[in-house]
Design a protein. Sequence first.
Length: 193
Amino acid sequence: MKMVCLLGSPRPKGNSKAMATRFCGAAEALGAEVTTFALNKLKYRGCQACMTCKTKLDKCVLKDDLAEVLDAIREAEVLVLATPIYFAEISSQLKAFIDRTYSYLVPDYATNPRPCRLPPGKKLVFIEAQGHPDESLFADVFPRYDSIFKWYGFSDSYQIRACGVFSKGDVEVREDMMKVVEETARKIMKHPG
């Protein structure tokens, strides 16, 4: 099973990365082939609204570091998005990537029953590290992005959310969270399709 993991945190040793690393390690131990991209290390721009992906090409026209990421996701069966919650939202690094996924949509996406160029049936794993311990805060983040990827044809989605993990290393001592991370990887690998 091919997986692409996108690390959305600017922190190279942040809590969302720790969860994603544990998830990917557990999946690899069960046979997954994982490709990981640390978005903060890449050079790319957000969507330019040029509409070339709707008029002249079937993919994004921008030739930057995100081109390889967008191509890798086409081939993957599982997409792992890992992000801290900053100012009630996903990281700007991850948001710029999501904006560029506009290129996956067909020109008549608003009326087409199959609006996305990606093969249907992919799985989404959405990993969130939230400093604030109140789970009722920012609970709207996952449903918003889940609906976008469902529209893209993703069949299953899994949320892994740790609240109250603010400082470096906080999530790594939370065995309850790390157990959820590993169990989610096992569940996906057990039911690949």
